[in-house]
Design a protein around this ligand. Sequence first.
Ligand SMILES: [Zn+2]
Length: 84
Amino acid sequence: MTPIKPDTLKEIVRRIIRTRPDEIGCETCFDSLDRFVDMELEGKDAAQAMPLVKRHLEICGGCSDEYHALLTALEDFKDSASPA
Ligand SMILES: [Zn+2]
């Protein structure tokens, strides 16, 4: 019996993660992030419209950081763009 190499195991896990239909990857999340943030700033229910993005943000620290940075930046931009 051949022992499973760590690399093989990683590949298997990666494949399982990739094929889960109810989850998206960082790339897809990132592609949708600006629209997601736009909707939030417009007061729309972004989580309802893009539940997969919302879910990814809950489980992925990197994308969550990106989301908060984008949200903060756009809020600042809006504040400075709107007439006082
Ligand atoms: Zn991510």
